[in-house]
Design a protein around this ligand. Sequence first.
Ligand code: PSV
Ligand code: MN
Ligand code: MN
Length: 430
Amino acid sequence: MTNLPISGDLVAQHNAARGEALQDDYDSLGRKLERSGIAIDAIKDRVKEWSVAVPSWGTGRGGTRFAKFAMGGEPTNIHEKLEDCAVIQQLGRSTPRVSPHFPWDKVDDYAGLAEEAAGLGLSFDAVNSNTFQDQPGQAHSYETGSLSSTSQATRQQAIEHNVECIEIGRKLGSRALTVWVGDGTNFPGQQDLGRSLDRYLESAAQVYSALPDDWTMLLEHKMFEPAFYSSVISDWGSSLIAAQELGERCRCLIDLGHHAPNVNIEQIVARLHHAGKLGGFHFNDSKYGDDDLDSGSIDPHQLFLVFNELVEAENNPRAGFDPAYMIDQSHNVTDPIESMLSSAEAIAGCYARASLVDRAALHEAQESNDVMLAFRTLRKAYETDVGPILAKARQEQGGAIDWLGAYRESRYRDRKAQERKPVELGAGIV
Ligand code: PSV
Ligand code: MN
Ligand code: MN
């Protein structure tokens, strides 16, 4: 029995007022696609089957290194975060899973938490460990690194934390552990670039050996921050080396914000797929670096090109191809519920557009070196307004045709501002 946070009547009334106009738009797009031999219902069904996980940490107002602006009704614990995730799923219907982060989401009763999530129509996705921040009372500081630290005791502490995350994840029904370490250096010469990777691999192997048989370990690379001269798992090359050394169930996760500016991320997707090591994504967008802005808000074309590679990969799968799709964003000036609904729509929209690409025509143009035709084949799909397909998919699953209008009408955040305790400001930025 699910207990959804927004009134079902409100959503139904909202949709009733918009159903006719949507049907008109959907039929019109359907006729247009049919002229290209595409059945609109088949694309809509693909969208309905597709989903992306939301990050528990993205439900609160995030912070930059310089500013955090708290918002009334912001969640301050995992229970409140789950409730907000339930709103996102109820209205948008493409985010049924939540990716938790430990120790941020620590509770005493994880079986109870899994039940609570199920009651809200949610389940848990990959668990994320945190060895990039010192926690109060922790025995060894991560100042020298975590899995790659020069200190044996610190490495052991980081290994044990990751193993504990696996144990928690088992109780939550998760099937993957995502490991991102902030390990690296700020000065040339600070640590040996080769030996630090050796230490990382030795520690990560111990985490890998604690992985249940049906789990995946996802390695997330990032070229900078918090270390600004070198990161231990800085790029997809280091990530691939590590995943290949660690074993079959270890794969690479691409966070869109973790590369040098202008890097061709869609090509990285193709390369990792070639190696059978494409494990998952953290979707977000950026202008300068790891900005964690809303997916598709800055460069929607790049997001489309990533999905173009993913649909190619889906059509030509390698063994075990089953990428974990997650959002990883920091919402500093918007209501995180609205940002994640908008992002989930942008991401699903890119999947829909990539599904519209005439693959046979594209491959033929590529084979015959018809550059303009190949380019225009992709561009035609990118320029298609798939809004009616996404809205129809939401409507048919009980979500809101106009999620922003329905959410604002529900006054959910105002109600939470009355019920929830305020966020403590000045307590440090996460
Ligand atoms: C690091 O920048 C990162 O992208 C990792 O995924 C972390 O787990 C997450 O952000 C939250 O800090
Ligand atoms: Mn990330
Ligand atoms: Mn990041």
